[in-house]
Design a protein around this ligand. Sequence first.
Ligand SMILES: Cc1cc2nc3c(=O)[nH]c(=O)nc-3n(C[C@H](O)[C@H](O)[C@H](O)COP(=O)(O)OP(=O)(O)OC[C@H]3O[C@@H](n4cnc5c(N)ncnc54)[C@H](O)[C@@H]3O)c2cc1C
Length: 309
Amino acid sequence: MTPTSPNASNVTADQQAEIDAQRSDPQPTLRATAPGIEKHLYSAIPVLDHGFVRVIDYMGDDNAICQAARVSYGRGTKSVQNDEGLIRYLMRHWHSTPFEMCEIKLHVKLPVFVARQWIRHRTANVNEYSARYSILDREFYIPAADSLNAQSTVNNQGRGEALSGEEAERVLRYLRDDAMRAYDHYEEMISQDGQQGLARELARMNLPANIYTQWYWKVDLHNLLHFLRLRADAHAQYEIRVYADAICRVVADWVPFAYAAFADYRMGGATLSGTALECVRRMLKGEEVTQETSGMSKGEWREFKGVMG
Ligand SMILES: Cc1cc2nc3c(=O)[nH]c(=O)nc-3n(C[C@H](O)[C@H](O)[C@H](O)COP(=O)(O)OP(=O)(O)OC[C@H]3O[C@@H](n4cnc5c(N)ncnc54)[C@H](O)[C@@H]3O)c2cc1C
């Protein structure tokens, strides 16, 4: 295997050797460790065709959240007997700072168009692979056939049915051929073989947005959960959602009480406006409420009906 050819985990042979070395050298520590996340440390969780998420480091666990909360509540926490109950109380009441006591550092390999969405989350620390300094690999995200969808007819910011037949084949061919041609020209432009060679910082502008980049991303648990709330949601684009889903699995292993509370109150729960809540009260009293009598717009009513099942 060459250093740039990925294996089943989407990591190169060099990266795999580094992971093996890191995992074979455990260090004794007095710090609190979370057994659930230790098993993930350094290993790559494959995402999309060449991407991955790796846990590089973490700080804190469910207990760290409770410790911080008990500093502020002191004896008051006696009413919340156990850690799980306390964490659910904090999540329920948007008492967010105790969750900021936990941090995680991830190494992520992702297509540039996914990185553009991801970087909008400003409350993290990021260090990205430099395409001014280094040469990008010939790695492009090419969707699997079942992720190659038509434009949605009901949602301008979404996709509909999977493309099929000749159209699907042609689209895939364009994606592959255009990426390869652009990369061939990129390589040719930066080459110093018999020419000066264009600067890498300029040659990269020729590359399409499905090329892969990499970064280290460090974030506290509160802001990570905010990211996951938005990006593991069904409304998020599939290509970022699969990264969020992979991170959800890591967080569930890392801080099981916090993740369960998040899954219940944030991912599984819903926020109702005052108008919507009044409708629920009227419905519970047996009144038949319609969109016309609800005081809600058609869009709000549709979403409300979705929440109420
Ligand atoms: C489904 C979906 C569709 C989207 N569509 C678009 C789109 O069409 N166009 C587009 O431009 N973006 C779009 N976004 C991006 C979205 O508007 C947010 O920029 C992104 O989700 C990051 O959210 P955030 O600002 O809450 O996160 P973070 O940047 O992590 O911030 C977390 C919280 O910190 C606070 N905060 C952080 N920085 C500041 C600041 N400078 N000033 C004030 N408060 C701050 C805010 O309370 C914020 O909610 C979309 C996002 C999603 C999930």
